[in-house]
Write a protein that binds this ligand. Structure first.
Ligand code: FAD
Length: 250
């Protein structure tokens, strides 16, 4: 299940987010990932213990590489900084070896041909970036709507890649919500100030929704969509941590 990869690229993609590209260093085939899946990265911590953490794949496979993005977790108040994200940001660089699992995850892009809506905030863009990349590789003509919320343009992780992928798709639109003001230099279809209201834009009635972001964000967006008539079964979500939300769902 575990396999070593070499870091061939490490690039900052927002103030507190870096993207790693790793390349295979053996002759084994690379197991194809499904759009939306993640890998587990296993690292030895300063106390000597091996720790696992999950990171969504942010690009479709090419048989040689994997790509994922890591937000640096800073401890609030007396809480410690995140162990693995800090190590990845501070100590891992090009040429280093990282140990990754096979791709896993059940929140994957449906292949029914229905319109797709990606709804994300902050680092929650990661699985969406992966799914968009797969859609670009497939030259998909599906109606795709990307809704993303962030503090401002500089905070939006993977912005360049995501905007380019939206532009490369024949039938994709993108709308942004920035807390610090409705300013964007990107060629998107709409920019709003404040918190996301997914019902503010036109979306096909039979769309499937994929949500990822902080729990309060996902809860608010999901409630709004359900009030607006979207069936709960048409909304999938990925939680970046233990799924403490599951118990609340009807
Ligand atoms: C399916 C899935 C996909 C994911 N995809 C991504 C992704 O694409 N990109 C990404 O950046 N992340 C992703 N994550 C989250 C990622 O796996 C890690 O959880 C994240 O990087 C934090 O790990 P860490 O080791 O840095 O933090 P940890 O050390 O695990 O700390 C997490 C939090 O707990 C607090 N904490 C730790 N110890 C204590 C203590 N003793 N007392 C009080 N508070 C404490 C820390 O302050 C911090 O806020 C994903 C998670 C899942 C489950």
């Amino acid at each position: 299940m575990w396999r070593d990869w070499q870091v061939v690229r490490k690039v900052q993609v927002a103030g507190d987010v870096v993207t790693f590209v790793v390349k295979r260093i053996d002759d084994r085939l690379v197991k194809t990932s499904l759009p939306g899946q993640y890998v587990t990265v296993r690292m030895r911590m300063p106390d000597g213990k091996l720790q696992p953490r999950q990171y969504s794949l942010t690009r479709a496979d090419d048989g040689e590489h994997r790509q994922f993005s890591v937000k640096r977790v800073s401890g609030e108040g007396d809480d410690p900084d995140g162990e693995m994200s800090t190590l990845l940001h501070e100590t891992v660089g090009v040429g280093d070896i990282l140990t990754l699992s096979l791709p896993y995850g059940d929140v994957v892009l449906d292949d029914s041909g229905r319109p797709v809506v990606f709804v994300s905030a902050g680092i929650g863009i990661s699985p969406m970036a992966g799914m968009l990349s797969h859609l670009v590789a497939a030259e998909s003509g599906l109606p795709i709507t990307v809704l993303h919320a962030d503090l401002d343009e500089a905070s939006f992780p993977l912005r360049r890649q995501v905007v380019n992928d939206v532009l490369a798709l024949k039938n994709a639109r993108m709308y942004l919500w920035y807390e610090k003001g409705a300013q964007s230099l990107e060629p998107v279809d709409g920019v709003f100030e404040g918190l996301m209201d997914p019902t503010a834009v036109d979306i096909p009635g039979d769309a499937l929704y994929y949500l990822c972001g902080p729990l309060p964000f996902m809860k608010a967006v999901r409630s709004r969509l359900i009030e607006h008539g979207v069936a709960a079964r048409d909304i999938q979500y990925e939680v970046f941590g233990p799924d403490l939300w599951q118990a609340d769902l009807d």
